[in-house]
Design a protein around this ligand. Sequence first.
Ligand SMILES: N[C@@H](CCC(=O)N[C@@H](CS)C(=O)NCC(=O)O)C(=O)O
Length: 213
Amino acid sequence: MPQCSHNVRIVYEQSHPNLTLPSGLIPSEGARGSDPKYTVPAIQHVSTNTYMMDSVPITQFLEATYPDPPVPLTSELGYEIETKGRAVVGRVFRISVMPRELNILLPRSQEFFRRTREASLGHPLEDLLDLKKEEASWDAMADDIRAVGELMRTHKDEGPFVLGARPSYTDFFIAGALQTARVVDEGVFQKIFKYVGYRDIYEACLPYMAKKD
Ligand SMILES: N[C@@H](CCC(=O)N[C@@H](CS)C(=O)NCC(=O)O)C(=O)O
């Protein structure tokens, strides 16, 4: 990863009808009848001017292009953590991260974000910011969050990462999710960072997150 950091650009903006998107980025087909979809993450590989969307092809491309050091992309334990993490942490992040995300978006993106998210929620984003209800949701999920954190510690005797001494896709999946929360709201980040497993992996991944431009 560090070796490729000057040659890979992360494309940030989310899909929006009025935005100029990089001409090389091919949208995935939307559901029948809907618009083609642009999603994040998306990258530009500068030296070959290749644009790419979707985590799986992106990671396969990066791994094939920069094989040293090798990063395992799949593992049984990793898959279990990703699936359970999506269900458990994904749920509290939808409550706590999503409504605060508006604060970090450019005005032109705010309109798109509000429209699409409120259509899927069926109510205003601000309805999620009932702090008592939010706290109760985190409390109700605490045991499940902790259990996934324990899974992350399966190989703790060999090292801080999911598979032990070296990072795999799953570690970057976890650290990336936590970093997203941190960029949106430090308080929400702290709510998840206090759990063992999550905290260990986030801290172990910090050297890979040093470049922030
Ligand atoms: N399978 C894709 C999922 C990407 C995805 O759904 N990204 C969401 C944000 S997490 C997105 O960009 N949605 C488009 C939108 O907001 O219109 C991946 O793993 O990269």
